[in-house]
Write a protein that binds this ligand. Structure first.
Ligand code: GDP
Ligand code: IMO
Ligand code: MG
Length: 436
C-alpha cells in the first residue's frame, strides 16, 4: 500500500488527526495537501494532547518526514509558532518540509476574511477568519506570493507593491478598520525576511520528495483537512471552505498522481457535527444534542466555537463515499453515544413530499429537506476500554453494521476514546507494525 489518502467524510473534525497518527506508525511520509491553519487536528498520546493546525500529524513519530504540500496555504507566523510549541515539548521539527509552491497567507488576507464576514452580516459563512478564502482567491488570480518568495524579499517587495494598493482599496470599501499594518509594504516585507530566515531549512521541492519516496516503495499518507461536505465544488456551497478536501485534492495539492493512490480511508464520527453556517438536516437543538456536544467535547480546535451537533446522515455519507472512492472507513467517537436510549440515523430526505435518497443537487432543495430516520436501540455500557468488536455491546455492533451498510464501505477501524490506543482494529490486514 504505497499511497493512502485520509479524508473527512462529514463537515470536518471527524478525528482525522487521531486516524492519521494511528496509521502513521507504518509510513515514511505524511503529507498535508490542502487547507491551512483553519484545520485543528488533535492527537492524544497518554496524558499528552497535541493540537496541530499546519504541521502534518505524523510529526510525532521520529521516523516520518512531514510534508506541507503545494496545495496548502501557509501562514508563516502560525507555522513558526507551531514549530516553537512542538520544540518546547521535545518534538523534533527539523524533518518538516514545506513546498516552495505553497501560497502564503499574509496579514491582508486575514483582514479581508474578517472584513468580508462582517459585511455579510446575517449571511456569514462562519469562517475561521484565518485568511484562507482570500489567500486561495489570490492564488487563482495569479496575484499570490508563494513560500519561495520568503527567500527573496526584494522580489516579494516588488510583487506586494502591485498587490497592496488594490487590497487597501478593497478593505476600505468593505468598511474595515485597523488594517493599516496589514497593507504597509515595508512592514510586510520585514516580516517576510524574518520568516524566510527561519523557514529556509524547511523549504523544498516536496513533489520530488513524494515521488522519490513512492519510487522507493515507501508508504505515504496524505492527511486531508476539513471534510468532503466542505469541499469548494462538492459541498454545500457557499457554506464551504476554499479548497478541495476530497481525495482528488491529494493529487492536485500533494504531488501524487491519481493512479498512484491505492487506498482512501474515509473518517467519520458516530454522529455529525458542523462548525459555522450552512444546512444541517439532522441538527439537534434539544437536550440529546446538548448531551452529545458536552460528552464529545464538541468545541472547535482552532476557534474555540461550539460545534453544532446532529444525528448521523446517510445521504451525504453515501455521496462522500462515492466522491472520494472510499475503500475503508474509520469510525470515531462511538463511546460518546453510550447511555443514549435511542440512536437515530437519517436514511433519506423528504423534499416536497417526495423521498430522496441522493444528496440534493440544488441548494434550494437541500434547504427544504427534512430527515427520514431509522431508529436503533442504544446501549448503557461505557465502551472506552473495549479493544475488540466482539466485546462491544450488541446494540453498538448493530449500529456500526447499519452505518457500514448505508455507507457502502467497510469500517476497518473504530475509535472508542481520544487516546491513540483506544482503537479497535477490524481490518483484514495489520494496519500497524506488530498489531494483534
Ligand atoms: P480532526 O479535525 O478531524 O482531526 O478532528 P478534531 O481533532 O478537530 O476533533 C476530534 C476530537 O475528538 C478531538 O478532540 C479528539 O481528541 C477527539 N476524539 C477522536 N476520536 C475520539 C473518540 O473515539 N472518542 C472520543 N471521546 N473523542 C475522540
Ligand atoms: P479540520 O481539518 C471544521 C469551516 C468553517 C466554516 C467554513 C469556511 O479541523 O476538520 P474557512 O476558514 O475554511 O474559510 O471556513 O469551513 N471549517 C472547518 N470546520 N473543521 C475544520 O478543519 C474546518 N476548517 C474550516 O467553520 O464553516
Ligand atoms: Mg478539527
Amino acid at each position: 500500500m504505497p499511497a493512502s489518502v485520509i479524508v473527512g467524510l462529514q463537515w470536518g473534525d471527524e478525528g482525522k488527526g487521531k486516524t492519521t497518527d494511528f496509521l502513521a506508525e507504518q509510513v515514511s511520509t505524511v503529507v498535508r495537501y490542502q487547507g491551512g491553519d483553519n484545520a485543528g487536528h488533535t492527537i492524544v498520546i497518554g496524558d499528552d494532547t497535541f493540537k496541530l493546525h499546519l504541521v502534518p500529524s505524523g510529526v510525532l513519530y521520529g521516523h516520518i518526514t512531514p510534508i506541507i504540500g503545494p496545495g496548502v496555504v501557509v501562514n508563516p507566523a502560525t507555522l513558526i509558532r507551531e514549530f516553537d510549541g512542538l520544540i518546547s515539548r521535545g518534538i523534533d521539527v527539523s524533518r518538516v518540509r514545506v513546498s516552495h509552491a505553497a501560497h502564503l497567507i499574509l496579514p491582508h488576507h486575514i483582514a479581508l476574511d474578517k472584513a468580508r464576514e462582517s459585511a455579510l452580516a446575517g449571511d456569514k459563512v462562519g469562517t475561521t477568519q484565518r485568511g484562507i478564502g482570500p489567500a486561495y482567491e489570490d492564488r487563482a488570480a495569479r496575484l499570490g506570493l508563494r513560500v519561495e518568495d520568503l527567500l527573496d524579499p526584494a522580489s516579494a517587495a516588488a510583487r506586494l507593491a502591485r498587490v497592496l494598493p488594490e487590497k487597501r482599496a478593497l478593505l476600505a470599501a468593505l468598511g474595515a478598520t485597523d488594517y493599516a499594518e496589514a497593507v504597509d509594504a515595508d512592514a510586510v516585507v520585514a516580516m517576510i525576511a524574518t520568516w524566510g530566515e527561519r523557514l529556509r531549512p524547511h523549504i523544498a521541492d516536496t513533489n520530488d520528495l513524494v515521488q522519490r519516496a513512492y519510487a522507493r516503495k515507501e508508504h505515504l499518507l496524505f492527511e486531508g483537512a476539513q471534510g468532503a461536505m466542505l469541499d469548494l465544488d462538492h459541498g454545500s456551497y457557499p457554506f464551504v471552505t476554499s479548497s478541495h478536501p476530497i481525495a482528488g485534492g491529494a493529487a492536485t495539492g500533494g504531488g501524487i498522481a491519481p493512479l498512484q493512490i491505492d487506498e482512501v480511508m474515509g473518517v467519520m464520527k458516530a454522529y455529525a457535527t458542523r462548525v459555522g453556517s450552512g444546512p444541517f438536516v439532522t441538527e439537534l437543538t434539544d437536550a440529546i444534542g446538548e448531551r452529545i456536544a458536552v460528552t464529545g467535547h464538541e468545541v472547535g480546535t482552532t476557534t474555540g466555537r461550539r460545534r453544532r451537533v446532529g444525528w448521523n446522515d446517510a445521504v451525504p455519507l453515501r455521496y462522500a463515499v462515492e466522491l472520494n472512492g472510499v475503500s475503508s472507513i474509520m469510525l470515531n467517537k462511538l463511546d460518546v453515544l453510550s447511555g443514549i436510549p435511542e440512536i437515530r440515523l437519517c436514511v433519506a430526505y423528504e423534499i416536497d413530499g417526495r423521498r430522496v435518497d441522493r444528496w440534493p443537487a440544488s441548494s434550494a432543495d437541500l434547504a427544504r429537506a427534512t430527515a427520514i430516520y431509522e431508529t436503533f436501540p442504544g446501549w448503557e455500557e461505557e465502551i472506552t476500554n473495549v479493544r475488540a468488536m466482539a466485546d462491544l455491546p450488541v446494540n453498538a455492533r448493530r449500529y456500526v453494521t447499519a452505518l457500514e451498510e448505508v455507507a457502502g464501505a467497510p469500517i476497518v477501524l473504530l475509535s472508542v476514546g481520544p487516546e491513540r490506543t483506544q482503537t479497535i482494529e477490524r481490518a483484514w490486514r495489520p494496519l500497524r507494525h506488530g498489531a494483534r
